[in-house]
Design a protein around this ligand. Structure first.
Ligand code: UTP
Length: 294
């Protein structure tokens, strides 16, 4: 049995330049899809997968994320006095239990690899899940849960992948697929932002990982890669020389909410999926007479 994954790391120290000016003062991870911040969806997904400790790598301007996972006594008292019990229990249900969150700082946004490295002392010598909260996944069960199933079989490192059209591969980290089914196949290589002709497949690394702690040693010595940033993919490539990596082509779909189109699409899809909103939302959309745009 591989060692249990109890901890998840959420890197939230990026600058969110693709979403300015919204992200000038507001952390991108607090942008809401319908009525929940992106970070809450990621925490819920981790909790569903059995994660017990939530580690946030934050930066300047990100204090509000810490507040979001704290109790808000004035608000709770007011809701209680007004008898709004449903809203109150919803708020309480979202909170990780006391002592189950940790916050550390990445003082400079030097890249995802560097952000992950900042969590090394809190994670210690344990496997951990890594969730990029600006990637929102709609899956049943959640994508991290699907990955945990693969991990319980194979151990090692697990990466969630998805298919994209071939002409788009050069924007992503791309993997080479070996033997095995979609629920867990051998991953034989990976490359960051390859030219279309050089891409080993059209399967991209999509923002959910289970990693072994040896990645931290590699990140400590990792030189800057693409975009002058310390790249997680570069360190994973080295780790692949002596550890197994398994790919999971997850069931579900993703929304890149760090970019405007992905974020807007997610809002529409999640709103249409909500029983309390769907009907009213469709009514308003009909009034817009969107037909001419399609
Ligand atoms: P992104 O590249 O999507 O985030 O990183 P970004 O840099 O904030 O966005 P743009 O490209 O400027 O719009 C994926 C995740 O990694 C975190 C981000 O917060 C995001 O959740 N990240 C990225 C860090 O925590 N630190 C970094 O140095 C870079």
């Amino acid at each position: 049995m591989p060692k249990r994954v109890r901890t998840a790391v959420f890197p939230v120290a990026g600058l969110g330049t693709r979403f300015l000016p919204a992200t000038k003062a507001l952390p991108k991870e607090m942008l809401t899809v319908v009525d929940r911040p992106l970070i809450q969806y990621a925490v819920d997904e981790a909790r569903e997968a059995g994660i017990e400790h939530f580690v946030f790598v934050t930066g300047r301007n990100k204090g509000v994320i810490e507040d979001h996972f704290d109790r808000q006594f004035e608000l709770e008292t007011t809701l209680e006095v007004r008898g709004k019990t449903a809203a109150l229990s919803e708020l309480r249900k979202d909170l990780p239990s006391a002592g189950r969150t940790s916050f550390t700082r990445q003082q400079e946004p030097l890249g995802l690899g560097h952000a992950v490295w900042c969590a090394r002392d809190i994670v210690g010598d344990n496997p951990f899940a890594l969730l990029l909260p600006d990637m929102l996944f709609k899956g049943e069960p959640g994508v991290l849960r699907q990955m945990m199933d693969a991990y319980e079989e194979a151990g090692g490192n697990i990466i969630a992948v998805e298919e994209v059209p071939e002409q788009e591969v050069s924007s992503y980290g791309v993997i080479a697929r070996g033997e095995g089914p979609d629920t867990g196949f051998r991953l034989t290589g990976m490359v960051e932002k390859p030219k279309r002709e050089a891409a080993p497949s059209n399967l991209i690394i999509s923002g959910r990982y289970i990693l072994q702690p040896q990645i931290f040693n590699l990140l400590a010595n990792q030189t800057r890669g693409a975009g002058g940033e310390i790249q997680l993919t570069d360190a994973m490539q080295t780790l692949m020389h002596n550890q197994d990596f398994t790919g999971v082509k997850y069931k579900g779909r993703s929304f890149d909410c760090g970019a405007k189109i992905g974020f807007l699409t997610a809002n529409v899809v999640y709103a249409l999926d909500r029983e309390d909103i769907r009907e009213g939302f469709i009514k308003e959309l009909r009034k817009l007479d969107l037909g001419e745009h399609f």
